[in-house]
Design a protein around this ligand. Structure first.
Ligand code: ZN
Length: 279
């Protein structure tokens, strides 16, 4: 096994809850489109796919059947061992049971926001009861949480959950920078979070907005991992719409130019402490 300390985990977030076909023709909406983008990005070095699902009208849903369809579509690429991470985010389901209904499908990972903040025009509600419920479901089905840090308190909330045994070390954090209503996409915000991460954790960034490439590059320099995708940025550059593949390829090339190596899914499983295969 090669040295894992220089490996970068690239996550692709192809869909999200916000991008629509009206905003960009490149966002994958249906289960087969999502799986096809995940597969194309996996071939280029993505080792994790962060999955959001949509209903037949293209609206965000947490519906277990749609999630099951995405998994079935991914199964159609038997060579693809990409790590599957579902979203339990607050935009797609009203109650916490609705939001966590797909965890029983036992994907490799699931997102877990450990506190409340705002989205640009609504609340991002994750009260203690919600967080504990979702963490409990993840523990029950052996699903590793990716702690989504929309605001700094979520780091300490995660540590509190770990102290209580509701989530287990090694913790994995995604520092979400630049969601309107939450912490900004600035170097200061990134450094503050980075300096307060617990020892022994793994982490990455998901930066939104015009500075996302620079912030992702700083994260790489700090030893972090990076998430890219249309969920976070529909533009590749000013006035140029992104494709998931182009975003992934650019970040891969930056990481390689910095002397990093790209983790395979098998290597990412070791780094993240995942003990099972998804398919
Ligand atoms: Zn998401």
């Amino acid at each position: 096994m090669s040295d894992l300390s220089n490996k970068v985990i690239l996550t692709i977030a192809p869909t999200g809850n916000v991008p629509t076909r009206q905003l960009t023709p490149h966002v994958p909406i249906t289960p087969s489109e999502i799986a096809a983008d995940a597969y194309a990005c996996w071939k280029e070095g993505a080792s994790v796919v962060h999955i959001h699902t949509r209903d037949s009208a293209g609206l965000p849903t947490s519906d277990i059947e749609v999630n099951r369809q995405v998994m079935a579509e991914l199964d159609k690429y038997p060579d693809c061992d990409i790590i599957r991470q579902v979203s339990t985010g607050g935009r797609a389901g009203k109650s916490y049971t609705e939001r966590g209904q797909m965890i029983c499908l036992s994907p490799d990972m699931a997102s877990l926001a450990t506190g409340s903040s705002n989205f640009p025009s609504k609340g991002n509600y994750n009260d203690p009861e919600t967080v504990s419920f979702l963490a409990g479901e993840m523990a029950k089905y052996n699903v590793k949480p990716e702690i989504e840090v929309f605001d700094t308190a979520m780091i300490w909330n995660a540590l509190r959950l770990a102290e209580k045994g509701e989530i287990k070390a090694p913790l994995h954090f995604n520092l979400v920078l630049g969601v309107g209503g939450s912490q900004p996409a600035t170097v200061d915000a990134l450094m503050y979070c980075y300096q307060h991460l617990p020892p022994g954790c793994t982490w990455g960034v998901s930066a939104i907005g015009k500075d996302h490439v620079q912030l992702s590059t700083i994260a790489l320099a700090l030893g972090g991992n990076v998430r890219v995708g249309i969920e976070d940025n529909i533009y590749f550059a000013k006035g140029v719409l992104a494709t998931n593949l182009a975003l992934l390829q650019r970040m891969k090339n930056i990481a390689l130019a910095m002397g990093k190596e790209i983790a395979t899914p098998a290597e990412a499983r070791l780094i993240l402490g995942l003990h099972k295969k998804s398919n």
